[in-house]
Design a protein around this ligand. Structure first.
Ligand SMILES: Cc1cc2nc3c(=O)[nH]c(=O)nc-3n(C[C@H](O)[C@H](O)[C@H](O)COP(=O)(O)OP(=O)(O)OC[C@H]3O[C@@H](n4cnc5c(N)ncnc54)[C@H](O)[C@@H]3O)c2cc1C
Length: 567
């Protein structure tokens, strides 16, 4: 049911359970997550349509699981711009694209990096421009009656009081320049004086979530600061078309991204990414700090990276600053932030969008559970406890660590100094890649709402495994019906009872009822792939993370249910 607007003074006031500020991919994903659970929410997005910059293209196997549960995974795959089956592979070259030294990772497999971890996820990875992904999510939103969308509206003031939050919004000006929240030229948003001005609306909400990108108004208005590492490096982002470049790239096995490493770039990359397979590309690379489209020879830079001249038509040129920033907290009172509003960083490794979508899923079910009345106070607090450490380590170990490791490698090895030594090291550099995707397994072993080991922490350094362990993502297995366990998981908690004693199942069900925890039981034999969980009873929470596993019901089953619901 849609809330009824009320006129208060000169402003129209409308009430919702949740206001989401920012309808980029993360905001729309959160709206889908809440809308599927019947939560009344409003999404405010300043642009009418997604911005036509390809940006986050690489979607991981895990992100595709989210699209499966958002019931639009087929639509997402159909929105792919590259031909079906075209490999999602990466090429890395030394010095220029013409170099004799290159590695093609995953280029012969249609899934690229995703194939190394495929067994542990229910979905294959995918690649498509971010605006296509956003369009799929916006379409899904239309099917969810509890969500109201305000595209073409800008939030200009966010306030928190004892009973909830107020968001003052105004219609966006059609004539405004596009607002690029990651861009070097975009100013930090701050609360505006909204007391005067026609056409304002005030949204009164129990909770508000800022999914409003790197220059987040919500984060700023709550006084949440950010820390991290500033590399003092300006980067260019160009979107262009070139058939000549496309034809040249036929020298490599089919791939989607082409990374050029050069000693003088000190670990930063010159990076070409395909938008389609034909002529569309994006490119990012370090540039001088004072570079502008007018004083900078961008075509010359493309030629330098490629190692040969070619014709290119530019569709977009923008700049961003290379920083790894993390908010000091992900919430204040009833206000939360998610996605780039929490963590901003270079697109090295493709962590931004994928991390943001996981934020939306983690926060979404916890907000819904709280509003539906079956969550304890710790459940929402666990959003910060689980998600912040994951990004902290991702930023430090994977992104900054990767830049530092590449810089040190490039200083150490150089074919002009010692060709034989360089060639040995280059071969080793390529072979170590295969290990990387498996080394990244974000988990919440240390979360207070998970029955993990004493002294455990939340970390990205997990182990891809079929064993069902508290705090870890559930691996998919086949049921005796032939269906996958992921096809049977519920929106609430699910108890997998594989060959378990009925008395133990009944005791866990009764404990769940004590705390009004929604629980579905899936009974099956403890045979074939199902025994790989190494536990006959596995309790899975709504975001497909295991919270407890054992062969018999725990003596304090009610205590276990209380803890996983955040009491
Ligand atoms: C060149 C490039 C390549 C990238 N490649 C990858 C990749 O391969 N994989 C990956 O995972 N990530 C990648 N990323 C990162 C990814 O694009 C971001 O992490 C992602 O866009 C974050 O989504 P978001 O919804 O949190 O923020 P945004 O996409 O920034 O969306 C924020 C939204 O909030 C709106 N907004 C802001 N303020 C207001 C306001 N006051 N009122 C109303 N609306 C407002 C904005 O209009 C915008 O639509 C890349 C980024 C760049 C720049």
């Amino acid at each position: 049911m849609r809330p009824t607007p009320v006129l208060l003074g000169r402003s129209v006031v409308v009430g919702y359970d949740v206001a989401i500020v920012g309808g980029g991919p993360v905001g729309v994903a959160l709206a889908v997550e809440l809308g599927q659970r019947g939560i009344s929410c409003v999404l405010i997005e300043r642009h009418l349509t997604p911005q036509p910059i390809p940006k986050g293209q690489g979607l991981t196997n895990r992100s595709l699981e989210h699209f499966y549960f958002w019931r639009c995974v087929d639509e997402l795959r159909a929105a792919r711009v590259m031909p079906p089956g075209y490999p999602i592979g990466n090429v890395t070259t030394y010095s220029t694209l013409t170099s004799p030294y290159y590695h093609a990772l995953g280029a012969r497999s249609s899934q690229g990096r995703g194939s190394d971890v495929q067994d542990y996820y229910f979905q294959r990875n995918e690649r498509l421009p971010q605006y296509c992904t956003e369009a799929v999510l916006r379409n899904r939103l239309k099917q969810l009656p509890s969500v109201s969308t305000l595209f073409g509206w800008t939030a200009e003031r966010v306030e928190l009081d004892d009973s909830g939050t107020s968001i003052t919004i105004r219609p966006s000006n059609e004539g405004d320049d596009p607002f690029y929240s990651w861009s070097a030229d975009t100013e930090q948003q701050i609360n505006q004086d909204s007391s005067r001005g026609e056409g304002r609306r005030v949204l009164r909400c129990t909770y508000a979530v800022g999914c409003d990108g790197g220059r987040s108004l919500v984060r700023e208005s709550m006084g949440i600061d950010r820390g991290g590492r500033n590399f003092e490096q300006r980067m260019v982002l160009a979107v262009f078309r070139s058939k000549e470049l496309h034809e040249f790239l036929n020298r490599f096995p089919p791939a989607t991204t082409y990374r050029v490493m050069k000693p003088e770039l000190q670990g930063y990359w010159q990076f070409f990414g395909r938008i389609d397979v034909g002529e569309g590309f994006f490119f990012h690379a370090p540039v001088p700090i004072d570079a502008t489209p007018d004083n900078f020879d961008l075509l010359g830079l493309l030629h330098d990276a490629a190692g040969f001249p070619f014709h290119a038509e530019f569709d977009h040129i923008g700049f961003w600053d290379l920083r790894i920033m993390l908010a000091s907290q992900y919430s204040l009172g009833r206000i939360y932030i998610a996605g780039d509003a929490c963590h901003q960083h270079p697109p090295y490794g493709g962590f931004g969008l994928n991390t943001g979508l996981e934020d939306a899923v983690n926060l979404g079910w916890k907000l819904a559970a709280t509003l539906q009345g079956w969550a304890g106070q710790r459940l929402l607090a666990s959003y910060d406890e689980e998600r912040r450490p994951i990004f902290k380590e991702t930023g430090e170990a994977m992104i900054a660590g990767g830049i530092d490791r590449d810089r040190a490698w490039l200083e150490r090895y150089n074919p002009a100094r010692d060709r034989a030594e360089f060639e040995r090291a280059w071969a080793e550099y390529g072979s170590s890649w295969g290990m990387q995707p498996r080394a990244y397994e974000p988990h919440y072993e240390g979360s207070r709402v998970v029955i993990g080991a004493e002294g455990a922490v939340c970390s990205i350094h997990g182990r891809m495994s079929f064993k069902a362990e508290a705090g870890h993502h559930l691996a998919p297995v086949e049921l005796s019906t032939g269906r996958n366990v992921f096809e049977e998981l519920s929106d609430g908690f699910t108890l997998l009872a594989f060959g378990a004693r009925e008395g133990d199942v009944v005791s866990l069900e009764a404990a769940a009822r004590v705390h009004n925890l929604p629980l579905k039981v899936i009974r099956d034999s403890y045979r074939e792939g199902r025994s790989r969980y190494a536990s006959q009873l596995v309790l899975v929470r709504p975001d497909q993370y295991v919270v407890w596993a054992g062969d018999a019901a725990p003596p304090d089953a009610t205590g276990v249910m209380a803890r996983v619901a955040g009491h």
